[in-house]
Design a protein around this ligand. Structure first.
Ligand SMILES: [Ca+2]
Ligand SMILES: [Ca+2]
Length: 308
C-alpha cells in the first residue's frame, strides 16, 4: 500500500469533488435556465444528461482544471452515461464589435476572402456590418445598407444602429446569407465577449491566418508546435506559448508589420468558453457557458449560458 495518491487517483478525487460539491453559482444558473426548460425536458434520461452536463460546467470552470486534462474532462461513468467537456479561450474567436469599432477592415477582409467571398463581396459585407452598428443613417462605402435598403428587402426593424448583442444577430445583416452558404459554421469564429485579442494557443488556422496576414504554411507551423508530437489538440503533450514573441518566427513573412501583428495577439484569454455535453444512452444535452474568470478566488461572471 502506498501513502500517496497517484495522479490519476488525485484527478478522480477532484472530479468526484466537483460533481458532488458543484459551485453554487453554477447550480443557481442551471436552475434559472431550468425553469424555462421544464416543459421541453420531461424525460428522465434527458434530465440525467442535463445533470451530467451541469456537472461538466462546474468541472470546466474549476480554476485547477486545465483544458488539456482530457482524461478528467471526458469520462465514461458506465451504463451509457458519459461526460464530454471542452474548455476554450474565447480569444479563439474574433470579437465582431471590436473589429467594427476599430474598423479593422484588413482582418475582416482576410477572413471573408479566406472563406470564399471575392474582395468586392467582402468589402460590401464589411460596409453592411458597419452600418448595422453605426448610429447614423448614411450608407457606408459602396456596399452599405441602412433602413432604406432593409425596407426594400421587406425588413422593417433593421439595422439596429448599436453594437451586436449576440453572434446570431450578425445573421440578420444583408449579405450574411451569402457568407453562410460558403461557411455554414461562420458563427464559431465570432464572439461579442473579451478584449478582442486573438489567443495564439486557441485560435483555429483560418482565424490565425486572418489576424496575422500569414500564409497557410506559416500558420501550420504554429499549429504543429501547439499540438505536440501526437498531432492532436487538446491532449497531454500540447505546447502552450507563454509569450506572443514565441510565434514571431513563423510570422516573419507576413505582409503586415510585426508590431501590428503582435499587438493583436495574446497567449491567455481572460474569458473562457466551456462546452459540456452529458450523454445518457441516446439522449444528449449540451451546455455552453462563457464566463470571465474571477480574480483572487472570486466567483466567475457568466456572460452566456446556452443549452441545446
Ligand atoms: Ca447605421
Ligand atoms: Ca451608416
Amino acid at each position: 500500500m502506498t501513502a500517496t495518491l497517484r495522479p490519476s487517483g488525485a484527478a478522480l478525487l477532484l472530479v468526484l469533488w466537483a460533481i458532488t460539491v458543484i459551485s453554487f453559482a453554477v447550480l443557481w444558473m442551471a436552475n434559472v435556465v431550468n425553469l424555462e426548460l421544464e416543459t421541453t425536458v420531461s424525460d428522465s434520461a434527458g434530465l440525467r444528461a442535463r445533470q451530467i452536463a451541469v456537472s461538466g460546467v462546474a468541472l470546466g470552470l474549476h480554476p485547477q482544471v486545465k483544458r488539456d486534462d482530457t482524461e478528467l474532462l471526458n469520462r465514461d461513468f458506465g451504463s451509457g452515461e458519459r461526460m464530454q467537456v471542452r474548455i476554450r479561450g474565447e480569444g479563439a474567436r474574433f470579437n465582431i464589435n471590436r473589429l467594427l469599432k476599430d474598423q479593422d477592415r484588413i482582418t475582416m477582409l482576410n477572413l471573408f476572402t479566406l472563406w470564399g467571398l471575392t474582395a468586392d463581396e467582402g468589402n460590401a459585407l464589411i460596409d453592411k456590418l458597419t452600418d448595422w452598428v453605426d448610429e447614423d443613417e448614411f450608407r457606408t462605402g459602396f456596399g452599405g445598407a441602412e433602413r432604406a435598403e432593409y425596407e426594400a428587402a421587406g425588413i422593417t426593424d433593421a439595422p439596429a444602429n448599436r453594437l451586436f448583442r449576440s453572434v446570431p444577430e450578425m445573421g440578420r445583416v444583408l449579405d450574411m446569407e451569402k457568407l453562410a452558404s460558403l461557411k455554414p459554421d461562420w458563427a464559431e469564429s465570432f464572439t461579442i465577449f473579451g478584449d478582442g485579442l486573438i489567443d495564439v494557443n486557441e485560435a483555429e488556422a483560418d482565424v490565425l491566418q486572418a489576424v496575422t496576414g500569414a500564409t497557410p504554411e506559416m500558420v501550420q507551423g504554429i499549429l504543429q508546435q501547439r499540438r505536440g508530437s501526437d498531432g492532436l489538440e487538446p491532449s497531454d503533450d500540447d505546447l502552450r506559448f507563454d509569450d506572443v514573441g514565441q510565434v514571431a518566427g513563423w510570422l516573419a513573412g507576413s505582409t503586415l508589420p510585426p508590431e501590428q501583428i503582435m499587438g493583436r495577439l495574446t497567449t491567455e484569454s481572460s474569458v473562457k468558453r466551456i462546452d459540456s455535453r452529458g450523454l445518457v444512452g441516446e439522449r444528449s444535452r449540451q451546455i455552453s457557458v462563457v464566463a470571465e474568470s474571477g480574480e483572487g478566488g472570486e466567483a466567475a461572471t457568466y456572460l452566456l449560458w446556452e443549452e441545446k
